[in-house]
Design a protein around this ligand. Structure first.
Ligand code: GDP
Ligand code: MG
Length: 280
């Protein structure tokens, strides 16, 4: 049967609200890395959901923020805008700790794009009782003029099927743009890079992970996966921190990234990392 519905759905919201967890849950695979620290996702990431007579192209985005006007954030903001521009539907993901004022300002920004918006409240697994949310949803209705919200736990896979139904009901009649067996458009190199960045975030406590660049020098994926990568540090002092005492830190980064790569790649993987100082 040929599919009759297709659309792009971007997932936006502040850092750490669970956007990447939601995408991975929808797709059933770790295509976007998840981290308890903010700003893990820097680019927009496509994940495809294949229904019986529809296809949904989800776009995970970097987190919305107002404060940080760094170059990296400007690039991230461009990614968010591109995702919004090409979307038919926008999932605005929040949790009960998202400030009403922040929601109001995001909603007015979203209004400029003139898309169908679904407000989704994530992390309901953290509530003892759903009634706890009533004062919050009351305020939410007042500032957004929307009274229907979706409640989910991305982490525990709760409410996801209902959310998909909500989306399908709004999906345009259109021919799917992607093949049936495709789940993402991110390359193997990109995913390996993201896993290294994620492991670096976990291994280091400060700003360093945000300032490194990762370059994949080679990847061979046959029976096993073998990858060589360079972590480019912005200065010499960062290089020694990245390497750590007797190479402990870089080993920890390599080993965590390798393990995570094996969870989605299903191949025995070897990852060789080196650290260099970027010439500026
Ligand atoms: N308790 C709980 N934690 C969640 C849920 N969804 C995501 N998280 C956690 O929130 C943190 C940020 O998740 P992530 O998907 O990277 O957020 P993003 O920055 O919006 O992409 C991670 O530690 C996730 O495990 C949820 O439904 N419940
Ligand atoms: Mg993310």
């Amino acid at each position: 049967m040929s599919k009759s519905k297709f659309g792009y759905v971007s997932i936006v919201g502040k850092p750490n609200v669970g956007k990447s967890t939601l995408l991975n849950q929808l797709i059933g695979q770790r295509v976007s890395v998840v981290n308890k620290k903010s700003n893990t996702t820097r680019d927009k990431i496509l994940g495809l959901y294949h229904g019986r007579d529809y296809q949904i192209a989800f776009l995970d985005t970097p987190g919305f923020q107002n404060l940080n006007q760094s170059i990296t954030y400007k690039q991230m903001r461009r990614q968010i805008n591109m995702a919004l521009d090409m979307s038919d539907i926008v999932i605005y993901l929040i949790d009960r700790y998202t400030e009403i004022q922040a929601i109001q300002s995001v909603m007015s920004e979203l209004a400029r794009f003139d898309k169908s918006i679904i407000i989704v409240i994530n992390k309901i697994d953290l509530l003892k009782n759903k009634n706890e949310l009533l004062p919050f949803t009351d305020d939410l209705s007042k500032v957004t003029n929307i009274s229907d919200f979706a409640f989910i736990s991305s982490l525990k896979n709760k409410g996801i099927d209902q959310l998909v139904k909500l989306i399908v009901a709004r999906l345009p009649m259109a021919t799917p743009e992607y093949e049936d067996n495709k789940i993402t458009d991110v390359t193997l190199e990109f995913r390996i890079k993201e896993e290294i960045r994620n492991a670096a975030l976990n291994a280091l406590h400060d700003e360093i992970p945000y300032e490194i660049d990762i370059e994949i020098n080679s990847v061979v994926a046959e029976k096993n996966l073998i990858a060589h990568a360079t972590i480019w540090a912005p200065k010499k002092s960062y290089k020694s921190i990245l390497i750590g005492k007797s190479g402990r830190t870089i080993k920890a980064i390599g080993s965590e990234a390798r393990k995570n790569i094996e969870t989605w790649n299903n191949k025995k993987s070897s990852l060789y990392l080196q650290v260099n100082v970027r010439k500026s």
